[in-house]
Structure formats: C-alpha cells, structure tokens
Design a protein around this ligand. Structure first.
Ligand code: PAF
Length: 284
C-alpha cells in the first residue's frame, strides 16, 4: 500500500490510473478508522480497480471551541487497518498544502448546511463541503463512499455534486453499530465506562421512535417528546436536537411520512454524538 503526502503526487497517481482505464473508489476520512470506515473501504474494494483512502483532520470543519486538537490520530494504526481491507493508497495531505496562505474559496451548500447539526456547528458543513470538493478534485475518483451515520453530510455532498456537475458517483452505506447498538464513531474513544453505557440511550431513543411509529403514532411532536423523556433519564446528557425530517431537504415533518429521517445529536458528558434512523410509515 502506498502513502502519498503530496497533492501533486496524488494527482499524478490518479491521472496515470485513469489513462490506464482503471477505476478509482475513494473513501474520505479523518482517520482513527473503525469498522464503519472499513465497511466503506471493503465496498470500494469490491467495486473498483483501485481504492484510495484519504486521512485528513480537516481544521476548517471544526469550530473554535470544538475538538480539533484532541481528535484521535494514529496513522500507523490506520494504515494497517486500511491495508488489511484492501486499500491501495493512503492520501495524507498536510493542512498547509490544503489551505496555503491566501486560501479564499469555500463551498457552501445553502439551507441544507444550516439545519440539524448546522444550527449548533456554524460553518461546519461549509468546511466539509470545501474539503470534500478539494479532495474530489485531487483524487478524481469514479465513486466516493460515505457513511449513513453522517446523514446530513451525505445529503449535502450529494447536493454539491449535483449542483456543481462533479462527475463522481456518491454511495452511502448503512450505519455500522457495536454489538450493543452504539453507532461506530472515532469520537466514541472519548467516552469513559459510564458514558459509554449512557451513550446507548441514543440508539434506544431511535428504537423507541420506531416502535411508536409501528404502533401507529404519526405525530412527530409526540414521538420526539417521548425520545426526549427517555434520553433525559440519563443525567449526564444534553440534547442539541432531535428532529424528524424529510430525507432530501431536511425539512421538519409534523406527521411521519414515507422515507423520513429521525436524527439526533446528544452530548454525553463532554462528547457530542450523533445518530439517526431512516424510517417509513410502517416503522421498517
Ligand atoms: O466524515 C468525515 O470523516 C469528514 O467529515 C470528511 C467527509 C472526511 C471530510 O473531512
């Protein structure tokens, strides 16, 4: 497996691959890989001639008080894990090369970026869309793979690709969960034993919503109220939001409709976790 730091070398690799008629599958990550990332890499391996994984903790998607500095980093560990599931290349750019002095151009996917997490993390999705657009230009993949856990991110990236005529297919793969239901996240490493237990309440709340919908409750206010009550039983939690929204435009729904998204962001102690579930009227 190759490790490339330089943007120029990355361009050259992709250009040569395309000239040889090879397809490139791309998994953008911020590293500290877990089974969720590995599921994306495995899928990319199956569907492409070459698999590129980027590891870049993108400074511009973190707010000033957020966890940029303490975000877990371990390149050696990530390289081993990525190689085991078939990655051909790790692209590991430097922040100074990605955002050199004088950098002025940002990608903002309007409206979608201001909803859900966007309300609590201003500028976050502008940072995500900008770095993903840059990575797409540098890596030039045929298909890029994202996890459903970052549902809003995936919707924003799909919109960006459509709006800017970027010729890359976006695939979104299901959330990978620990055996007990906690959605895999690099940020789970922040949790201590008690917090790790409390964090299960996110998935429990989503399942409660699913059960209520199955039992015929379609009023989203009622469902959200019950979810809030369940989460608040854990003393160490703070809810940023629980929303039930339309999948494509993230507009809040009053009544459950087919193919809606239940999304939440909850602090467990000092760690902010997100989770979601796609649901239809029958709760399936
Ligand atoms: O989902 C992530 O890890 C990041 O937001 C991404 C897409 C790699 C952009 O930095």
């Amino acid at each position: 497996m190759r490790l490339i730091y330089s943007i120029k070398k990355m361009y050259e690799f992709s250009k040569t691959a395309h000239l040889k008629g090879k397809t490139i599958g791309f998994v953008p990550t911020m590293g500290y890989l877990h089974e969720g990332h590995l599921s994306l890499i495995r899928k990319a391996r199956k569907e492409n001639d070459l698999v590129v994984v980027s590891i870049f903790v993108n400074p511009i998607q973190f707010g000033p008080k957020e966890d940029f500095k303490r975000y877990p980093r371990d390149l050696k560990r990530d390289m081993k894990m990525a190689e085991e599931v078939g990655a051909d290349l790790i692209f590991y750019p430097d922040a100074k090369d990605m955002y050199p002095d004088g950098f002025k151009t940002y990608v903002n996917v309007e409206e979608l970026s201001d909803k859900l997490c966007g309300k609590f993390r201003p500028g976050h999705f502008k940072g995500v869309a900008t770095v993903v657009a840059k990575l797409f230009n540098i890596v030039s993949p045929d298909i890029a793979y994202f996890g459903q856990k970052d549902a809003q991110q995936a919707i924003i990236i799909k919109r960006m690709v459509k709006d800017l005529n970027i010729p890359i297919k976006i695939k979104v793969l299901p959330i990978v969960r620990e055996k007990d239901g906690l959605a895999m996240s690099s940020r789970n490493t922040y949790l201590n034993g008690k917090e790790r237990e409390d964090a299960l309440v996110l998935y429990q709340a989503l399942n409660l919503a699913k059960d209520l919908i199955k039992r015929g409750i379609t009023d989203t206010d009622k469902i959200i109220k019950r979810m809030r009550q369940l989460i608040k039983k854990k003393k160490n939690t703070k809810i940023d939001y629980i929303e039930i929204v339309e999948m494509d435009n993230l507009n809040p729904l009053k009544v459950i409709s087919d193919n809606c998204l239940i999304a939440l962001a909850v602090w467990i102690g000092k760690t902010r976790l997100i989770d979601n579930m796609i649901i239809n009227k029958l709760g399936s």
